[in-house]
Design a protein around this ligand. Structure first.
Ligand SMILES: [Zn+2]
Length: 83
């Protein structure tokens, strides 16, 4: 009984740590830099290998980076509309 409870507790703790790391609290990833693995592809927007946040230096896949950029734009528009 006691062991089962402890296992449960540990599992919850681990999940909490993972989600906290993934969200990188305090950084909105609003300043993303494009990254290219192959120098020959640099500057080609359709050959982007990923994005790096200039704030927290976290790396993102092209899909994630584009989603974050879209979210940032939406947030900007919301901020401007609200003022
Ligand atoms: Zn960031």
């Amino acid at each position: 009984m006691g062991i089962k409870d402890r296992l449960f507790g540990r599992k919850d703790d681990a999940a909490e740590v993972v989600s906290r790391e993934a969200e990188a609290p305090g950084c909105l990833h609003a300043d993303l830099a494009e990254r290219w693995d192959d120098a020959a592809d640099m500057g080609k927007m359709d050959r982007i290998s990923g994005y790096e946040c200039r704030g927290c230096h976290q790396h993102f896949s092209p899909e994630e980076g584009q989603r974050l950029q879209a979210e940032n734009e939406a947030r900007l528009k919301e901020t401007m509309a609200g003022s």
